[in-house]
Design a protein. Structure first.
Length: 470
């Protein structure tokens, strides 16, 4: 019996086990490299404008995307009289490339926001803005490193200023997770990134230390890029994956900041990305001395992540823009340690080419932890140049239809992936009113599995790797 391009059933069964049993995509470098691409050679937001605070620099943007409009709250700073820093507001309708400034929207007005005497350095800065149920909520740092909170119905006029936390909380970032708010911050005079939690963002339920493992992110080893400090956390919660994403600033020498990335399942335990840093200063440019994280936004209209970051030269700060496409497939990997094993048919019920038993030595490798799902394979098909003929999916370049990817069996309804001829898109079917999106993909050929892996920088395992991992 043959299926899909003349592969014998033995090979088909082996392939299906590889795809359905524990999906065996192996990545030598663990994950698809993420390369942020700068969208302009110049800052997208620089000094000058209606706010008196923007004469020397701008930094630490917090960006929301609403109805196609990018909205940015950011810190402007000056060298003149105190207060020296205020929070300003700007909007963009071209995906963050150009901005219209609207001036200062928050500045020092309360006694708890001031130093004593008042002519000393006073400020409000480092805003985090969240929009919920018709209300903008802003958390920000004030003089003496306290945490302030304010609300607004339009993002411009802010009221109800309150002090949520006293001295010592700097570079604060607030994110709404699936069950609570999390406050990520640095402590004055201490290294590391810390976290607290509250059910309502500290409004009536005070912030409390989340766990005993604070800080949750520490500087790296002496030879690493972030060996001196880690700070300026920017955190997103991704509902589709249930994961928390953190971009942060790190430095190995004083003030030479670069940007790194970390990932977490619960917002408390974090793993730094092995490709760090993800953004570095560019010599002989406006950002030659340091880059610090500001805000990362995902735009579903073009499936792009956009990073708004601070760039510095001789103390002057401006805001830049970098972007990267959404990874069409994120695969959880596990490390399979290297070692020697006896390969072959140990039970006498296999094929003749599985004998004789023989020793095989393998290096360590990464293997996907779970099966590839219908959702993941659908995303691949919708982002790939393919065609459908007689219920079978092929690469458009396959003029002879000799290398099928997937049989969607439109008549028998056995496949869990459907194809719409009018919209020319793939989707996941439901069965008994239950979505099959997170079920393992089936009816995929070796060619289809290889194409999937090739597209995202992975590869299928060797026979020895598959047998050893099992």
């Amino acid at each position: 019996m043959t299926i899909f391009g003349g592969k014998k059933m033995k090979n088909y069964k082996s392939f299906v086990i590889a795809i359905l049993g524990i999906i065996s995509m192996v990545s030598i470098c663990q994950a698809v490299p993420v390369e942020w691409v700068r969208q302009s050679d110049s800052p997208v937001l620089d000094t000058g404008g209606p706010s008196p605070y923007e004469s020397y620099g701008v930094n630490r943007p917090s960006v929301l995307l609403q109805d196609g409009i990018y909205k940015m709250w950011y810190c402007g700073y000056r060298t003149g009289p105190s207060p020296r820093e205020g929070i300003c507001y700007a909007t963009s309708t071209d995906k963050g490339l150009t901005w219209t400034k609207h001036g200062t929207v928050l500045e020092v007005t309360e006694e708890w926001e001031r130093n004593s005497p008042p002519e000393t350095y006073n400020y409000v800065n480092y805003p985090t803005v969240v929009y919920e149920e018709g209300m903008y909520k802003m958390w920000y740092n004030a003089t003496t490193s306290s945490l302030g909170y304010a609300t607004s119905t339009d993002g411009i006029n802010w009221d109800n200023k309150t002090q949520q936390l006293g001295h010592g909380y700097v570079y604060a970032e607030v994110v709404k997770g699936p069950s609570d708010y999390k406050l990520y911050y640095n402590k004055s005079g201490l290294n590391g990134i810390y976290v607290m939690e509250s059910s309502d963002g500290g409004v009536s339920d005070p912030w409390e230390v989340a766990n005993e493992d604070n800080p949750i992110l520490m500087p790296g080893d002496p030879e690493e890029w972030d060996s001196l400090k880690v700070r300026h956390p920017n955190v997103r919660y991704e509902p589709e994956t249930g994961k928390f994403q953190m971009w942060y600033s790190g430095e190995a020498t004083s003030n030479a900041h670069r940007i790194g990335f970390a990932l977490s399942d619960d917002g408390l335990t974090w793993e730094k990305d092995i490709t760090n840093p993800v953004l570095e200063p560019v010599p002989e440019t406006w950002e030659r001395d340091a880059v610090t994280i500001g805000s990362v936004v995902f735009d579903s209209s073009d499936s792009m992540y956009r990073m708004f970051y601070g760039g510095y030269h001789h103390g002057h700060g401006a805001i830049g823009l970098a972007a990267v496409p959404e990874p069409p497939c994120e695969v959880d990997m596990v490390l399979i340690p290297g070692g020697e094993f006896e390969m072959g048919d140990h039970h006498g019920d296999g094929y003749s080419d599985e004998l004789p038993l023989h020793a095989v030595l393998l290096d360590a490798f990464f293997m996907s932890k779970y099966e590839i799902t219908n959702r993941q394979y659908c995303n691949f098909l919708n982002s790939t140049d393919v065609k459908v003929e007689d219920g079978v999916v092929y690469a458009t370049s396959d003029s002879t239809n000799n290398y099928p990817y997937l049989n969607i069996y439109p008549v028998s309804n056995r496949s869990q992936i459907d194809y719409n001829d009018l919209s020319e898109t793939f989707s996941v079917r439901s069965r008994d009113s239950n979505s099959m999106a997170d079920h393992p993909v089936i009816f995929v050929s070796w060619y289809g599995a290889k194409a999937f892996c090739d597209s995202y920088g992975y590869r299928l395992p060797t026979e020895a790797e598959w047998e050893y991992a099992g």
